[in-house]
Design a protein around this ligand. Sequence first.
Ligand code: HEC
Ligand code: HEC
Length: 367
Amino acid sequence: MTLNARWTSLALGIAAASGAAACNDKKKPEAVPPPPATTTQAATDVKPKVELPHDLGKMPIPEDNPQTDAKVALGHQLFFDKRLSADGSRSCYSCHLNEDGNGGKEPKAIGALNKQLPRHSPVIWNVGYLGAFYWDGRSASLEDQATAAWAGGNMGVGKDNLDKKAAEIEKISEYKKQFGEVFPKEGVTPATIVKAIAAYERTLVCDDTAYDKYAKGDDSALSQQQKAGLELFLGKGGCTVCHTPPFFSSAFSVKEGVYFNTGLGTKDKKEEDVDVGRQAVTKKDGDWAAFKIPSLRNVAKSAPYFHDGSVASLEEAVRLMAAGGLKNKNLTPVLTDKKLTDEEIKSIVQFLSALDCNKSLEEPKLP
Ligand code: HEC
Ligand code: HEC
């Protein structure tokens, strides 16, 4: 059995809410309703069902970094503070912007010192529920991820310069005071800086979409076309196998994430030029050019799409997924051509806008 095939059954298992491999203390997702018998029946027949998963459950909080209001407030400021970057040009927020659904606008992000990065900035709503971070899942905690973003190309500081940067932050008296209160023993260090940022990120919860309201029983929360789109998403389109509610990605239910090769990033490229994705982490052939299933919450606001930002419109992204992805030597067999009509594609696109998060990140006052 190839790894991809194993994942297939894993993801399908999750879709069926078997609960296997679910994250530690997280509530298991409720059952996903089985695909409707006929997908052409009138959308009005789709009633809000209690079985539509919408409860995100309890977020796992690491024992060594408990949430406190003061810590979250400090992390909020640091997330928005460009002084954390090598050249004062970037904050974390620079690439996770409200106007881009809190992803990035560049197809591939451009880091501090104007360094071109290899991938697109993802939406980070609900990241506190993930067990594996980045498109390839190479980072296992928000604290580690924040350290990597800060030291690496995103913020450009460099691993060896984090202490120096922390010392610069300590010179800002208001920060020094806040760190003294939040981390009385440690003060301002690279470790406390990333702990505060991670604590703030754990407050970025998106659970109030039109879909959530509908799932809770508000029939008026979705338009007729959105209801038809939801039905296609759950049924004929086969999207829930991977984009499993309530997170609209099964990667949130498996500690190490869930990855598939959908062919994105392989088109018209020599094999050696392809971003190998998950394979760089696991070294396994079956993981070649496989990427983490992204959440689709806020997706309508977060163009361009995919790990390489190669698709500009949501309609095109949906069309590509529904048509079975892009042919390449490792394309997952789970993704097949669903032969959807133009109108069906448009309904799914309409449904995806029912996943808009009705919140935005607030700009804090910086010291
Ligand atoms: C220059 C743009 C840029 C900056 C600045 C930036 N990021 Fe990102 N962020 C990205 C990109 C691109 C990725 C995906 C990279 C990859 O998968 O290899 C990412 C991924 C992430 C993820 C993982 C999300 C997931 O679904 O796995 C988190 C969390 C995150 N960033 C938070 C931060 C934090 C915290 C900071 C500040 C310390 C930061 N980012 C700064 C571009 C940026
Ligand atoms: C086999 C699992 C699988 C199935 C089935 C699937 N997707 Fe995906 N989807 C993925 C993966 C993996 C990615 C990321 C691919 C990449 O960037 O390389 C993705 C990316 C996307 C994106 C881009 C999101 C972003 O933030 O960039 C959209 C939109 C999307 N899928 C919609 C759909 C729709 C609609 C369906 C059903 C017609 C569907 N997908 C079926 C695995 C799947």
